[in-house]
Design a protein around this ligand. Structure first.
Ligand code: GLU
Length: 131
């Protein structure tokens, strides 16, 4: 079962988001990731496997004011870096983490592809930011 953490407010360091995610590790997961925003800059980090891998890829002392983080338990698409959440739209304006299954994602994905949306993953989740 996946875990979701989010933060919005005054400045926090990335290590706060990672520590929060670690508190959800007991639920089980196969990959993880987070997206943060500070002023207009957005950062996205993902890892296949444990949160400690994410820690080494991230700058733990970096600050952010808005962040979402996720531990994934794959249902659609293999456990991998590209299938790890968050997922984003074509313009990288919308970032999404999600727990669960989107039953009608195939139809939605076909519809969006006709509208020239480009997908990066095999997940059902990725239709959400594109929609
Ligand atoms: N269905 C989504 C996926 O496979 C979310 C899985 C989950 O709940 O972690 O990426």
């Amino acid at each position: 079962m996946c875990g979701i953490a989010g933060y919005i407010g005054k400045k926090r360091q990335v290590k706060f988001l990672l520590q929060t995610l670690q508190r959800l590790e007991y639920r089980g997961y196969d990959s993880c990731g987070f997206a943060i925003k500070d002023k207009s800059k957005v950062g996205l980090k993902k890892a296949k496997g444990k949160i400690k891998l994410l820690k080494t890829a991230a700058r733990p002392n970096a600050y952010f004011t808005l962040g979402i983080a996720h531990t994934r338990w794959a249902t659609h698409g293999v456990p991998s870096f590209i299938n790890a959440h968050p997922h984003h739209d074509c313009k990288k304006k919308i970032f999404v983490v999600h727990n669960g299954i989107i039953e009608n994602y195939r139809g939605l994905k076909a519809y969006l592809k006709k509208k020239h949306h480009r997908f990066c993953s095999d997940t059902d989740t990725e239709v959400i930011p594109h929609l």
